[in-house]
Design a protein around this ligand. Structure first.
Ligand code: HEC
Ligand code: HEC
Ligand code: HEC
Ligand code: HEC
Ligand code: HEC
Ligand code: HEC
Length: 358
């Protein structure tokens, strides 16, 4: 129904424009066929085009923030426009997944689009305030289980983020202390966004040792939004840019508007960040040296080496790779990420690879 009405409007508008240069307007077309009823959903408040499309609505600023983001500019919608990737990397793939509820039959779009307003919001569906509704609300069951149980991400409006920013399954996967394991692909690993799994402290590659913390001060009710969509810095961080780093006159700055609600002392916070970053970088460097010595990791390609290795060495590599791909330097779950690395280093020592930090 809405669709045919819109088409009629467009046809009439086009007619009017043509009319000005090409003679009198023809008779009005006949009414379009009735469309199907569709979901009831939130009726929202009907809006005029100009309620949204004006230069002072929040939308105008959000569009600018988005336009400089990695969602807009990352470029990987083109590179990853194939089966197994489209559902996270193209707007069309994600929306087709949402409509079909499965990734089994997703088509490969010929004009792949980066993640944009319509990927996340129901833009131009009802021309009402309900157009801002998220396209995939509701809890997200993550693809990778933990201790044989489902892992569920249920953190408000960040549930939308979780479908894409989660670990890819590694299958088959090594079992801690189990049989030697053959790495057959140098790209073995959980892929680029294992953020949700780490924030929940439920990564499948844990090695035993120091007890893993079960709470995370940074696992907030709004999830990702707390830090990544907090009060923005212009167009270059926070808000709808969603990044946390911005350039301030040549200096890279971390956006801390989301942190400030809990960390009220800015100087103390800076010290904490510096300490945690140093701790994680130090552990990553030590673990990397052990993995290179064991022949599991190739520092030149920054990928795994194929071959057969002790199961725990492969798990230690997978932990190294997960933390590297998370790219939060520990912030997403300070205690857990630090413990993951510590136990991986200890496991490598147990296999005979000395800890260069000791
Ligand atoms: C609820 C807010 C809202 C309403 C109401 C709305 N739009 Fe939009 N419109 C958007 C958003 C969001 C975009 C995407 C903007 C972007 O990519 O920066 C958009 C994009 C567009 C575009 C660019 C092409 C496209 O589809 O991306 C056109 C043209 C457009 N709108 C016309 C209209 C017209 C005409 C109306 C009234 C019939 C209307 N809009 C009503 C929010 C709205
Ligand atoms: C449809 C999948 C999808 C959804 C939903 C999604 N993202 Fe992303 N996100 C991506 C992809 C893919 C990239 C990388 C884009 C590229 O490289 O082309 C990315 C990039 C990012 C980056 C930038 C990383 C960098 O290197 O600069 C941040 C931060 C981010 N997303 C946060 C979020 C947050 C927060 C949400 C929820 C509000 C979210 N994303 C929702 C798929 C998604
Ligand atoms: C479950 C969702 C998901 C799937 C499936 C997925 N990706 Fe990604 N990918 C992401 C997210 C999220 C990011 C952004 C992570 C970040 O910036 O930290 C990303 C980032 C990337 C990047 C940029 C990495 C970099 O270092 O700049 C490339 C390249 C990429 N993906 C390729 C692929 C390819 C190829 C496939 C299919 C074989 C694929 N992705 C499947 C979610 C996914
Ligand atoms: C990666 C997902 C994502 C993308 C892309 C995205 N948004 Fe959003 N947007 C969100 C989330 C999450 C919220 C917060 C919703 C909440 O708190 O309920 C939000 C909130 C909003 C709101 C406030 C809605 C309200 O109910 O008041 C507007 C307006 C908005 N976005 C516009 C846009 C526009 C315009 C674009 C494109 C330029 C865009 N968004 C792109 C995820 C996204
Ligand atoms: C407690 C605040 C906080 C929360 C909550 C949080 N992040 Fe982050 N995230 C950060 C910080 C800070 C960094 C940068 C750390 C660094 O580079 O040292 C970061 C880094 C990232 C990166 C790497 C690219 C970049 O922008 O530096 C991605 C992608 C990302 N986060 C996605 C997410 C997603 C998705 C969620 C929710 C599942 C999330 N984050 C939740 C604070 C947070
Ligand atoms: C919801 C509240 C909350 C938010 C938001 C928050 N933090 Fe925290 N953070 C805590 C608590 C609680 C602790 C543990 C006590 C402490 O060290 O202050 C903590 C600890 C830390 C630590 C020390 C971790 C360790 O174990 O070494 C760092 C670093 C940190 N936060 C950085 C950040 C940054 C950066 C942001 C924003 C991007 C942020 N936090 C946002 C509550 C929060």
């Amino acid at each position: 129904m809405k669709r045919s009405l819109r088409l009629t409007t467009l046809v009439i508008t086009a007619g009017l424009i043509m009319a000005s240069c090409e003679g009198p307007m023809g008779p009005a077309g006949e009414e379009g066929a009735k469309g199907d009823k569709g979901d009831k959903g939130d009726p929202g408040t009907t809006l005029a085009c100009t309620d949204c499309h004006n230069s002072t609505s929040p939308m105008a600023a959000f569009s600018q923030q988005w336009s400089t983001s990695t969602h807009a500019l990352g470029g990987n919608a083109a590179y990853a426009n194939r089966a197994g990737c489209v559902q996270c990397h193209t707007s069309q793939g994600f929306l087709e997944y949402v409509a079909e509820g499965s990734v089994a039959n997703i088509s490969i779009p010929s004009n792949p689009m980066q993640i944009n307003c319509s990927t996340c919001h129901k833009i131009h569906q009802t021309y009402s305030s309900a157009d801002w509704t998220l396209t995939k609300p509701g809890a997200q069951t993550l693809d990778v289980k933990y201790a044989n149980a489902d892992v569920i991400w249920n953190k408000g409006a960040s549930n939308q983020c979780a479908f894409c920013h989660q670990m890819r399954p590694v299958s088959p996967a090594p079992v801690a202390g189990g049989a030697d394991f053959a790495i057959t692909s140098s790209r073995i690993g959980p892929h680029h966004g294992p953020n949700t799994n780490l924030i929940l402290g439920k990564s499948p590659f844990e090695l035993s040792g120091t007890t893993y913390p079960t709470t995370n001060p940074h696992s907030t009710a709004d999830g990702c939004l707390t830090c990544h969509m907090s009060t923005p810095y212009g167009y270059t961080a926070g808000g709808h840019n969603m990044g946390v780093w911005y350039d301030s006159h040549g200096t890279e700055m971390m956006l801390k508007t989301g942190c400030a609600t809990c960390h009220t002392n800015a100087t103390t916070l800076d010290t904490k960040i510096a300490d945690l970053t140093a701790d994680v970088e130090d552990k990553m460097a030590r673990l990397e040296a052990q993995l290179v010595a064991a022949g599991v990791y190739n520092p030149t390609t920054a990928l795994a080496k194929t071959g057969t290795f002790k199961a725990n060495a492969v798990l230690a590599y997978l932990n190294y790779n997960t933390v590297k791909e998370d790219r939060s330097n520990g912030i997403h779950n300070p205690g857990y990420i630090s413990t993951l690395l510590e136990n991986s280093i200890a496991a490598m020592v147990a296999l005979g690879y000395a800890d260069p930090g000791k």
